[in-house]
Design a protein around this ligand. Structure first.
Ligand code: PNW
Length: 464
């Protein structure tokens, strides 16, 4: 017999939304179907040595063909919202020129299936899959790419805007710019600091232009998702560690947050950028576009970062100009990504955003962890108590921030499914639903059942 969900001791505000997230290249597969063009992630993953074990997103979770079953599973868990991303090369295969209606058809079907199941669709327009032809023309280092992005955004909205009310322009521009163009560990795999600063800027210009285009089309709710770093000095009493922390805060956080919220481009970041190039991408007239008001700020949070000044440290690939800055390991437990588990840092982050920037409703658009999951063939179970502990702790951290005044309106688990974890390939599993890749069978993990209870209760019990 079903037991009624007990009252939640840690209860979330009325209207708080519960969901899960994915991204197109990580789950869809069907890489060559219905006129899809090539993206930088196709090129990158097919380049030997770039992705663990040579994994690619060619098939991934085959969600393109299995979306109905996947949406049924979401409905069974009680998800209120589902955040997916739209593949730019499905919509405009060459980045420029005609729109591909067959590509839009897929998202049309997905959207209708979600709505039929009472799940509110949240669409991310850019989760890193730039059409390869645009990269060939300079990629995000080039101003034109921002305009192409706004055109693509308008085309998607024209088709789906009557049914999708929540739009996220970009996912984690920090990763796109600095992992992609400086460290080279993500597509397009460039190691060019000057290009990375230009990319960071043009991504934000693209965000602003797309926001304007979506609004012109009548979009209801528009936002952007950032992955701010929660940075702290190894020794808070050390002036050098504190200065190093400021540098990383600029290169990771203020470079996006300041222009987004109408502040001047951070002078310290500009100074670093000018060490590598002319920074001639900056134009005064863009500031108002980039700061076009948003309705929602998406935050992806996984782990904190500790920073120390160490004279002999070479610059980190993803932080041009960070010579002399080290990232000492954070003591304590880690996930299978090696990322430290520290829920309190999420409270710190949300509190800092509320203190330093204008109030805009926040959604946690991603939070979750990879662990070494195993499907027990005898019982058909995936026992992932470590993930439940991670999610429980972070939800309590969100609740604490809300109690302290942060305006957080929703929480989305990363990820709904195990999927293609970028440079790590399929070996890292973030899903609350296990994917057995050889058979494409889906098995909800214990964490999925746990999350179902959280949603049913609209909160958590007094103790985990
Ligand atoms: C985010 N890092 O990516 C993405 O939005 C997801 O697509 C991804 O699967 C998830 O987090 C888990 O990694 C990140 O190296 C990838 O700092 C790498 C980093 C941060 C975020």
């Amino acid at each position: 017999m079903e037991q009624a969900a007990p009252e939640a001791a840690v209860s979330f505000p009325p209207g708080f939304v519960w969901g899960a997230a994915t991204a197109a290249y990580q789950i869809e597969g069907a890489a060559a179907e219905d006129g899809r063009g090539r993206s930088i992630w196709d090129t990158f993953s097919h380049t030997p040595g770039k992705v663990h074990a040579g994994d690619t997103g060619d098939v991934a979770c085959d969600h393109y063909h299995r979306y109905e079953q996947d949406v049924a599973t979401m409905a069974g868990l009680g998800l209120g919202v589902y955040r997916f991303s739209i593949s730019w090369p499905r919509i405009r295969p060459d980045g420029i020129g005609p729109v591909n209606p067959a590509g839009l058809d897929f998202y049309d079907r997905l959207t209708d299936t979600l709505i039929d199941r009472d799940i509110d669709p949240v669409a991310t327009l850019y989760h890193w899959d730039l059409p390869q032809s645009l990269e060939d023309a300079g990629g995000w280092a080039t101003r034109d790419t921002a305009y192409r992005f706004a055109e693509y955004a308008a085309a998607v909205h024209a088709r789906l805007g009557d049914r999708i009310s929540t739009w996220i322009t970009l996912n984690e521009p920090w990763c796109a710019a600095f992992l992609g163009y400086a460290a080279g560990v993500h597509a397009p795999g460039r190691q060019d600091p000057a290009a990375s600063f230009a990319a960071a800027y043009h991504l934000m210009l693209g965000h602003g232009l797309a926001t304007e285009a979506l609004r012109a089309g009548g979009a209801n709710r528009v936002g952007i998702t950032l992955n701010p770093a929660v940075v702290r000095p190894a020794d808070p009493a050390s002036a050098a560690d504190t200065a190093a922390t400021q540098l990383i805060d600029g290169l990771h956080n203020r470079v996006f947050l300041d222009p987004l919220f109408g502040r001047e481009y951070p002078a310290d970041v500009l100074e670093v950028a000018r060490r590598f190039g002319t920074a001639d991408w900056l134009r005064d007239t863009d500031a108002g576009v980039i700061a076009t008001p948003i309705d929602l700020l998406g935050i992806n949070y996984y782990a904190p970062t500790v920073v120390a000044a160490r004279g002999d440290s070479p610059a980190a690939g993803a932080y041009p100009g960070s010579e002399g800055v080290a990232f000492p390991p954070v003591p304590g437990p880690v996930t299978s990504m090696g990322w430290p588990i520290e829920p309190a840092s999420l409270t710190t982050l949300l509190t800092r955003l509320a203190a330093d920037y204008p109030t805009v409703p926040i959604w946690i658009t991603e939070n979750g962890a990879a662990f070494d999951d195993h499907l027990d063939v005898a019982t058909g179970r995936v026992a992932d108590a470590d993930r439940i502990r991670y999610l429980d702790g972070h939800l309590r951290a969100v609740h604490a921030a809300i109690s302290g005044g942060a305006d957080v309106r929703g929480y989305l688990v990363w990820s709904f499914l195990d999927n293609f974890e970028w440079a790590e390939g399929y070996r890292k599993r973030f899903g609350i639903v296990y994917v057995d890749y050889p058979t494409q069978a889906r098995v909800p993990k214990d964490s999925a059942r746990w999350y179902q209870q959280v949603i049913a209760r609209h909160g958590l019990p007094a103790t985990p």
